[in-house]
Design a protein around this ligand. Sequence first.
Ligand SMILES: Cc1cc2nc3c(=O)[nH]c(=O)nc-3n(C[C@H](O)[C@H](O)[C@H](O)COP(=O)(O)OP(=O)(O)OC[C@H]3O[C@@H](n4cnc5c(N)ncnc54)[C@H](O)[C@@H]3O)c2cc1C
Length: 503
Amino acid sequence: MSEATGSMLGRRQWLAATAATLVVAFDPVRGVWLSRAQAHDGAVSVPDLDGELVFEPAALEEAADDFGHIVHDRPWAVLRARSSTDVQRMVRFVFEQRVFQQRRANHHGLTICMRGQAHSTHGQAQAAGGVVIDSRGLDQIASVGPHGARVGPGVRWLDLLSASLEQGLTPPVLTDFIELSVGGTLSVGGIGGATQHHGLQADNVLELEVVTGRGQLVTCSPRRRRALFESVLGGLGQLAIIVSATIRLIPAPSNARVYQLFYTDLARFTRDQRRALRDGRFDYLEGQVLPQPDGSYQFLLEAAAYYTPPELPDDAALLAGLEPIEGATLVDEHSYFDWQNRLAPLVEALRANGAWGLPHPWINVFLPARGADAFIQNVLDELRPEDTGGGPILCYPFRRSRLSRPFVAIPDADVVVIFGLLRFAAPEPALVDALVAQNRALFESARDLGGKRYAIGSVPFSLADWAEHFGERFPAFAALKARFDPGGVLTPGQHIFPRSDSP
Ligand SMILES: Cc1cc2nc3c(=O)[nH]c(=O)nc-3n(C[C@H](O)[C@H](O)[C@H](O)COP(=O)(O)OP(=O)(O)OC[C@H]3O[C@@H](n4cnc5c(N)ncnc54)[C@H](O)[C@@H]3O)c2cc1C
């Protein structure tokens, strides 16, 4: 066979590799996979693997899709990894063929990236013509205790939370939806209602094991190879692939008392959010804009106080000085787990009715608090119902000083607001294109205010945009890229360091 389509390679098959039809090598000159019979001197051997290297069309199509359903970059192969060694061997393989390619200056360099739950929306976890590593098999929770939880990159936060709660512990920060992979959110940041106190998920990591773009397995932490550690967290998969993470854990409460405060006035809503942020009275602080049937908007300040009886939250103290619509405040009780997993029933319903599979041209921007209200008001003035398709509009503040990772780009302001249009679009290419163009325009207005984009959404970005995104830290980021991923093989779907041979 000339190409490996339809084949699947695993350890047992390799050990029994008598069949001349099995793929054993990649020809970097012609850009084709080779069977044993076809392998020749210039070809790079495919490594022995614990997992499976898959070429089936269905697997390639899955890897060429994500939650956005907008970008479809088809890889050459998917590695269903079963061990860190698989990741290391495959990255080294891709790096070696890249070095070969650079020597020959031909045009078939492979790239490689890890795919978590693929909940980014614009091809960030895709690798056109490259290898996508599916991390779902790297889902071991190796240990959980007061000193942290050591987990594989494919572990979902939901599973980590379940395991840690058995020991009365919890990760300090959880995203709103917790079926995201640890490796995925640590690579982008991971923000939630506890960010106001604890920073991003990427700020709550004690140690990492990573595979660099050279295929080297490296352990890093605040004490060992600190620069690499800090840069991989929120580093958008550019410097290394996370194969294990030790996550900080804190004592878990048993209950969450949830407060929903409604407003008709944007300024009053954001003032109360910032008041609550300032004194840190709530454990969780978020907010949403709620479009009304008559075209107006309400605003929801959503907050939670965590506790373990017999201790109880003091409602009067928590609500003191806040000025929502009188008589409309809702107070609800949940177990801590149910609260953190609150989106599960909604997501199940969206999966059942097909909305989960619609295009999601999302945008999230970080805005300096000064100027944020005017920006948000402008966006809301222009927004039509079909622009969000009923998807949530997020809006909540946090303090920049709680965040510490150098390459998570955040506006230079004490208080920062995340504003997001989590759109659900009808599957019409013209509409989706228009919404992506709207995202671009919205990003530009945010940028002009000193805002930054959260790199999980659907905003076309040029190299110049990335340079501006990282600002004065861009040369340092580029230098780390050159050091840890000299072949430029890692995570091409972010399009930060385009290669001359990019498809
Ligand atoms: C319903 C929903 C709710 C969400 N809520 C939140 C929220 O509250 N807060 C928030 O911050 N985000 C939220 N997100 C966005 C989410 O954090 C990002 O989309 C994140 O990337 C998801 O993780 P994932 O496992 O799907 O990563 P993927 O989309 O698979 O990957 C994201 C990026 O990280 C890279 N990557 C993945 N694994 C690794 C690894 N092990 N090593 C190196 N690079 C890797 C990928 O190549 C890709 O570039 C939400 C998304 C959805 C769909």
